[in-house]
Ligand binder design. Structure first.
Ligand SMILES: [Ca+2]
Ligand SMILES: [Ca+2]
Ligand SMILES: [Ca+2]
Length: 348
């Protein structure tokens, strides 16, 4: 997969971050461009806009096309383009169809929307409105081969969003068409973003400590000046301590997570543990210490994790907690130390 991370934006959910749990197949990945100061949907922002075939990283009217992926049923232009009013933005997706297909395009938008398919206007609804999924339904014909679907969405004030999906005339999902860019291609970026928020938010953590040990989570600079999670601990008379949190994402589509970390202080054992809903705990021991300036990458392959205890012998990856625990094993020093978790990135 070709990934240009810098030009890819990831839309996120406020609290939790299921990769996707919607029931219908809303289009979750688009190429977008904007905002443009314009409120007349019939006025072209880009010359011959009806026939636009954008390319990621290329510009139209001075603004770059970016791939966005969303875990929700719609894209929120206020988040991905700008917190803006009296403007328009484009969203594009290519549809590859094996045959000519009569299908139904369902659209919800905030506010008005104009839709072009293969250069023709298939919908114009210039209404100030809140997002209501499937509010507009349009019968369209997909050509055999590539089809270019372009949405021009206008915002007068407040929210600015688009939700769209394609079904047959009975409302069933059509399985034999392919979308580009696609959720499948970019889903690892959605999980990457989710893991970033998992590490960088201080809410939702549970702590466990032995005797008078202590553990404190904080923010420090990571390897690429990102925010990283710092785990500062004092073992005192205890032999273990840790913190854990639900990641709130289904990670079963991935093979593992790549951990990037460094550690300083006394020598102990760092345990990365995965706990599923029935309490099965699988994990891996790694050193708590590194050369202070050195970042260590560890591939946590789900199939290679050791069964520790609890639950059944299966690790169900659809809803897990991740634990960071430090323990004083035989030969370890106890004492104190700091561990910085830079990132946990999906391995496909
Ligand atoms: Ca707005
Ligand atoms: Ca609006
Ligand atoms: Ca289990």
């Amino acid at each position: 997969m070709k990934r240009r991370i810098l030009t890819v934006l990831v839309l996120s959910l406020a609290v939790c971050c299921p990769l996707y749990s919607g029931s219908a197949d809303y289009i979750r990945c688009f190429m977008v461009c904007g905002p443009f100061k314009q409120t007349d949907l019939d006025k072209e922002v880009v010359k011959n806009e009806s026939s636009l075939i954008p390319q990621e990283g290329k510009k139209s009217a001075g603004k770059e096309w970016k791939v966005v992926i969303t875990g929700e049923d719609y894209i929120d232009f206020e988040k991905i383009l700008a917190n803006s009013d009296n403007c328009v933005g484009y969203a594009y997706v290519r549809i590859d169809s094996p045959d000519e297909h009569r299908v139904v395009l369902h659209i919800g938008s905030d506010d008005g929307v104009k839709v072009y398919l293969n250069g023709e206007t298939v919908l114009m609804n210039d209404t100030p409105r809140a997002l209501k999924l499937d509010e507009d339904r349009v019968n369209i014909i997909l050509n055999r081969g590539e089809n270019h679907l372009l949405f021009k969405v206008k915002d007068i004030a407040g929210g600015w969003a688009l939700g769209a999906r394609i079904t047959d005339s009975e409302g069933n999902v059509i399985r034999n068409i392919r979308l580009h860019p696609s959720y499948e291609e970019y889903k690892s970026l959605l999980l990457e973003d989710c893991m970033g928020r998992f590490l960088n938010s201080r809410t939702g953590w549970e702590y466990y400590i032995d005797k008078d040990a202590s553990v404190k989570l904080g923010d420090v600079k990571g390897k690429s000046r990102n925010t990283a999670l710092e785990i500062a601990y004092e073992m005192r008379n205890g032999i273990w301590l840790g913190a854990c949190k639900r990641i709130g994402a289904d990670i079963s589509a991935f093979k593992g997570l790549r951990l990037l970390y460094r550690g300083e202080g006394d020598t102990n054992s760092l345990e990365i543990k995965f706990e599923d809903k029935d309490g099965s705990i699988f994990g891996k021991f790694i050193p708590s210490k590194s050369n202070p300036t050195e970042w260590i990458g560890v591939n946590l392959m789900f199939d290679d994790l050791e069964y520790f205890y609890g639950g059944n012998r299966d690790l169900n990856l659809t809803d897990i907690k991740i634990h960071f625990a430090v323990s004083r094993k035989l030969g370890d020093e106890g004492g104190e130390g700091k561990i910085v978790i830079d990132s946990l990135k999906p391995i496909e």
